[in-house]
Write a protein that binds this ligand. Structure first.
Ligand SMILES: Cc1ncc(COP(=O)(O)O)c(C=O)c1O
Length: 381
């Protein structure tokens, strides 16, 4: 089997990730922050360790401003529902995932907020000129993905952050695609809210993600409940991360996530980035000239690690089905939870085949994939 669906969730996981999860489950995985006994303190240490590792990774000065969440969707919803108020004006790009678009459109449909969408150029690129035009004083929040989950186009996050800061606009970055291969520095990029998955580029297990909230940003929690702190109070504590972390945490997952980020640090993010770029280059070289194939991804230097294509008028799901059943290659077809991206790209009918290599794929697998796609495109499968 060749796994090329790392944009959905990364696989395999480094052995250190699996080991850390097994260790804490075997050693004693008590409830962190609830009791004072040794096993609870042990679990608390594991959580704190991962919080600190992630804070260093994204240049977050206070690790306590990171709240763990079950997935990026939860983190994005927490950010959106937590900072907007009646009458807020929000700007987002058409390249956003439904985990941004749906909460925004839900709030808009109730007349609570208004939403402006920035359209992309070719291959899903968002220009800095279009961002400048949309981000005027009075806008409350700008939501932008770090890179497109459809085409892989890397967004001008640093430039957008400067414009947001100059205009007093909160800047929410969805780092679902790119965290772990594109360096993210919340200070340099002026990011106020960073939603990140644990289970994709950070190489942790499913069920892990987080939300960073800059000090000074007022946020309301999406969920209230037990935090283990201020238990005599009937109201949610305002301190971080408790305000956003109600209920028992996924301690084994968080233990694994910490090791995933350490693995990236030990390997080097540039090495990971380069390996993905090399595989993308092979795909561009191998498939770029085939007349039946249309490519939708920017070149490797401007791409977080996605190769999107269509074959004539073939339905993308049919191609993915053939890749899976005939060649044992896992890819993703359809619309990737990004309806506006596909509308902008003109692929709302057939969808696209998304190939997303990860650090653990190799050249042989990439060559086999090229051959498989060529044979489907030429009708000789
Ligand atoms: C750009 C983008 N944002 C958000 C998400 C949602 O991530 P999660 O599955 O962790 O909720 C995804 C998932 O693929 C994504 O690609």
């Amino acid at each position: 089997m060749i796994y090329l669906d790392n944009a959905a969730t990364s696989w395999p996981k480094p052995p250190q990730v699996i080991q850390a999860m097994l260790d804490i489950l075997k050693r004693g995985c008590a409830n962190p922050g609830r009791s004072a006994h040794a096993m609870a303190r042990q679990a608390e240490d594991v959580v704190l360790n991962t919080r600190e590792t992630i804070a260093r990774f994204f240049n977050i000065s206070d690790p306590m401003r990171i709240a763990f969440m079950p997935n990026t969707t939860y983190a994005l919803n927490t950010a959106i529902y937590g900072v907007l108020s009646e009458g807020s004006v929000v700007v987002a790009t058409a390249m956003e995932h439904n985990s941004v678009l749906r909460p925004l459109k839900t709030l808009e449909s109730k007349g609570y907020i208004s939403v402006e969408i920035i359209k992309p150029e070719k291959l899903g690129r968002i220009t800095i000129q279009s961002i400048k035009k949309a981000l005027r004083p009075g806008v409350k929040l700008f939501c932008m993905t770090l890179s497109s989950n459809v085409t892989g186009a890397i967004m001008p996050v640093e430039e957008a952050g400067k414009i947001c800061r100059a205009n007093g606009i909160l800047f929410l970055v969805d780092a679902a695609q790119g965290a772990g291969s594109i360096p993210v520095d919340v200070e340099k990029m002026n990011i106020d809210l960073l939603a990140f998955p644990g289970h994709k580029g950070l190489m942790g297990p499913q069920g892990t993600a987080g939300l960073y909230v800059r000090d000074g940003v007022d946020i309301r929690p999406l969920v209230q409940g037990g935090t283990g702190s201020f238990s005599d109070s009937l109201l949610q504590p305002g301190v971080f991360p408790d305000i956003l972390e109600s209920g028992t945490l996924n301690v084994p997952g968080i233990a694994g996530l910490g090791k995933g980020v350490s693995y990236i640090n030990d390997t080097g993010i540039e090495i990971i980035q380069q390996k993905k770029k090399n595989m993308l280059k092979m795909l561009f070289d191998g498939l770029g000239k085939e007349s039946n194939i249309t490519l939708y991804s920017p070149p490797p230097e401007q791409n977080s690690g996605i190769f999107a294509l269509s074959v004539n008028q073939m339905d993308s799901s049919e191609i993915c089905y053939l890749l899976d059943r005939k060649f044992g290659i896992c890819t993703r077809g359809g619309f990737h939870c990004a309806p506006l991206a596909h509308l902008s790209l003109g692929t709302a009918e057939t969808g696209l085949v998304r190939i997303s290599p990860g650090y653990f794929n190799n050249e042989t697998e990439t060559e086999l994939t090229i051959k498989a796609i060529l044979s489907i495109a030429r009708g000789i499968h």
